[in-house]
Design a protein around this ligand. Structure first.
Ligand code: NAG
Ligand code: NAG
Ligand code: NAG
Ligand code: NAG
Length: 502
């Protein structure tokens, strides 16, 4: 039976599995995707093949690339095309320098961290949803970033007050902040730290100003003006897991290549705790008025998009401000999902998940079309309601059958030992959304590799604990897609794109 498995509506297709005979291949780091899919009798693609490539080959590529770029490992490219600004986006593994941890340890740490992030998000979101109407406590920023956990993996470069800053891209939060000198508690960062006194265009925001008062909710401002003189507008963003940034809000010119946003409101962080992987701070791309995309809406019409690359040494992606479609390199047409309002959690991007399919089989769950699922660049592994996840697992195992199973890995419980295969055929996973849109998960986003020899390869989707938890589309399943956020039209566009800055 090895090498063959039942796949719906594909009976006439020859088997594509190749069983490796002699020396077992050391696989993967960043497997490359070979052929895209195979047409089946029912029309439409149901399968994609994943070519598991030599681990050693990839390792060599990574070593040489980190060597050659070590002097300025967070440097990024950017370009402009018509009204759009295109920033290179890279995965943090790409620039983390020393590779001391083993593959397995890193893979496990990432999932433990991701789990902690999602648990903390769930509890904060639930407390916002279920809090009593007359409760007077001010909500803190309703967002938990994976800061402490190194799960916010994607970084871009901008200039603030004329200085280069490398920022973690987070669609799950709003306030942009950087570490600021003089700093009370700061982590190590790669670029020089922002110093407001060296920037002639920097202005602080006074505590009693209307600007400061209006940011109570959005920027985590305490609302009290006691304390040190001059009375600046203080902020705190706590992430529920012990990590935080604190400081004061200020204004300076933010430059995205050639486009400048003057009087950009950001957090000047004097006390920052968490692992930020050498970045200068964080770029908030959420929905509130303090988010970068809202503050720059006059320039870009409230539209941005990204293509998140895989963690391979050679892949880069792009973060694009503005809606000029000529910069996209999508290989399939865009489909647009409605961004649905969520009154309790207005700063997140919610979509109406109306279905999931595996191959050509549509799953069934009472939770489809109910709660909404949020799309987040900071969560790694997608989380689905238990009933949806169970259906996905059953159908995936049915179609991807005949492979030896492997033990579960952290939050992932559907694992295989693929160490004796060079190439496998994987049923396509599609998410369907209100507005008749669909996200076809790239073949690179289906499996998570616990072991670099592919002896423990797991379906990269996890179950939530409760049916009323909030589903999340994580960045692992967003890889190699152009995802367009139209924050004014309340639409989210999706299409396949092989990410590449060039
Ligand atoms: C890479 O590292 C080696 C040894 O550490 C060094 O000799 C070489 O110049 C480096 N190459 C680049 C392009 O930096
Ligand atoms: C804020 O306080 C400063 C000094 O304490 C005062 O000069 C200024 O007029 C106040 N601004 C507002 C908007 O109340
Ligand atoms: C989500 O989709 C379902 C099924 O199409 C529909 O009944 C429901 O009204 C939609 N919810 C929202 C908020 O659009
Ligand atoms: C995975 O499969 C290979 C080949 O079938 C076998 O030699 C190896 O022991 C298995 N590894 C694990 C961890 O089960």
């Amino acid at each position: 039976m090895a090498g063959l498995r039942g796949v719906s509506a594909s009976s006439s297709r020859p088997p594509i599995l190749q069983i490796l005979s002699a020396p077992r291949l050391l696989l993967i780091l960043a497997l490359l995707v070979a052929a895209t899919g195979y047409p089946d009798g029912a029309g439409g693609k149901a399968l994609s093949s994943l070519n598991l490539r030599s681990f050693l080959e990839q390792k060599t590529a990574i070593t040489s690339s980190s060597n050659s770029s070590s002097s300025n490992s967070l440097s990024h490219r950017s370009r402009q095309r018509k009204g759009a600004i295109i920033l290179e986006i890279i995965h943090r593994d790409h620039c983390s320098g020393q590779e001391t941890a083993t593959w397995y340890d890193k893979a496990e740490k990432t999932l433990i961290s991701d789990d902690a992030r999602v648990r903390s998000m769930q509890s904060r979101m639930k407390s916002l949803i279920y809090r009593k109407k007359d409760e007077v406590t001010l909500p803190q920023i309703p967002l938990t970033s994976g800061i402490k956990f190194q799960t916010l993996n994607y970084i871009v470069s901008v200039a603030l007050g004329g200085r280069k800053m490398s920022l973690i891209v987070d669609t799950g939060s709003d306030l942009t902040w950087v570490q600021c000198q003089p700093c009370r508690v700061c982590y190590n960062q790669q670029d020089p730290m922002f110093n407001p006194s060296f920037s002639p265009s920097y202005r602080s925001i006074s505590c009693n100003s209307s600007t400061c008062q209006s940011l109570l909710f959005e920027a985590g401002n305490s609302g009290t003006c006691s304390g040190m003189a001059p009375q600046t507008c203080s902020y705190t963003v706590s992430y529920g897991d012990g990590s935080y940034t604190r400081g004061e809000l200020g204004l300076d010119t933010l430059s995205l290549r050639t486009v400048s946003v003057s009087s950009f409101i950001f957090g000047c962080g004097r006390n920052n705790k968490g692992l930020f992987g050498g970045a200068s701070g964080l770029m908030g791309l959420g929905r509130s008025s303090v988010s970068l995309i809202s503050q720059a809406s006059a320039m870009f019409g409230g539209v941005f998009s990204y293509c998140l690359p895989s963690a391979e040494a050679t892949s880069t992606g792009s973060l694009v401000f503005g809606g000029d479609s000529s910069v996209y390199k999508n290989s399939t047409p865009f489909s647009y999902a409605d961004i649905i309002p969520n009154l309790q959690l207005p700063t997140f991007y919610f979509l109406n998940l109306t279905g999931v399919s595996v191959g050509t089989v549509a799953l069934e769950s009472p939770s489809f079309g109910k709660a909404g699922i949020l799309i987040d660049s900071g969560t790694v592994i997608s989380r689905l309601q238990p009933s949806i996840y169970r259906a996905l697992k059953v159908e995936f195992l049915r179609q991807f059958s005949g492979f030896p199973s492997a033990p579960g890995f952290s939050i992932l419980d559907t694992c295989f030992n693929l160490s004796s295969y060079q190439e496998v055929d994987i049923p396509d996973i599609k998410m369907h959304f209100g507005g008749n849109a669909q996200l076809v998960v790239d073949v690179m986003g289906v499996f998570y590799f616990a072991k670099s020899d592919a002896s423990q390869v797991c379906l990269a989707v996890a179950s939530l604990t409760y049916e009323d938890d909030i589903g999340i589309i994580g960045n692992y399943q967003q890889k190699n897609q152009r995802i367009i956020y139209d924050t004014k039209g309340n639409k989210l566009g999706m299409a396949k794109e092989t990410c590449n800055f060039i």
